[in-house]
Design a protein around this ligand. Structure first.
Ligand code: SAH
Length: 209
């Protein structure tokens, strides 16, 4: 159920769903997804579904993880990436394969501890996790050439826009009932917004827990 063959079937499905970036696909093929979910769910880890990770939160479905990674990577190599919403750390692990440095912020303390455990198992050294309110970003480490928000925002947080490097890209789901994935590209003079597709995420909340 958790074998290399199962992972290869997941990759074939991602290609059918339109994921084209080989670097993203290779990252998805190299990280075991089942270690990020509870043992009782591990047989479902490679299905294209989101699964519960506790505290009312979910691990995103493989398609959306791949899609957001592919969009973020469209300019090629990523140096410094900020993720808001670590959850169980799966998207963080994928990012660590496609970026030099990954910073990930989570507001629920026990989830950060879970993610730390999973990522330690994989011995990933270019990841730093922080327990904080991600709507504020990480000003002390800005600017970032990629920002990925894995919870749905009611509006795009101003602090995150300010921490995006010129030439950088942000992917963020926006909306409450109906959510749309947005790409924000920062140029010398503006923030260019592109609507991508309908998505379903847990809400981005303020404060910590
Ligand atoms: N990236 C995860 C998705 C986890 S679900 C994955 O790979 O599966 C979204 C996560 O965002 C939840 O864990 C939730 O607690 C977190 N979150 C919501 N609002 C947040 C905020 N303001 N700051 C940081 N994390 C937040």
């Amino acid at each position: 159920m958790t074998s290399q063959r199962t992972r290869e079937r997941m990759l074939a499905r991602l290609r059918e769903q339109g994921i084209k970036d080989e670097v993203t696909l290779s990252a998805m093929g190299s990280i075991a997804r089942h270690i990020f979910v509870d043992e009782a769910l591990s047989s479902r880890a490679y299905e294209d579904v989101s699964l519960p990770i506790g505290f009312g939160q979910t691990i995103s479905q493989p398609y959306i993880v791949a899609r957001m990674t592919e969009i973020l990577r469209a300019n090629g190599v990523l140096d410094k990436v900020l993720e808001i919403g670590t959850g169980c750390g799966y998207q963080t692990a994928i990012l660590s394969k496609v970026a030099k440095e990954v910073y990930s912020v989570e507001r629920i303390s026990p989830l950060i501890m879970k993610a730390r455990g999973h990522l330690r198992e994989l011995r990933m050294r270019n990841i730093k996790l922080k327990h904080a309110d991600g709507t504020l970003g990480l000003p002390e480490l800005a600017p970032f050439d990629g920002i990925i928000v894995t919870a749905a925002a009611s509006h795009i947080p101003q602090d995150l826009l300010a921490q995006l490097a010129v030439g950088g890209r942000m992917v963020i789901p926006v909306g409450t009932e109906e959510q749309i994935l947005y790409l924000i590209e920062r140029t010398e003079t503006e923030y260019r917004q592109t609507k991508l597709e309908a998505v379903k995420f847990v809400p981005l909340l303020g404060g910590t827990n």
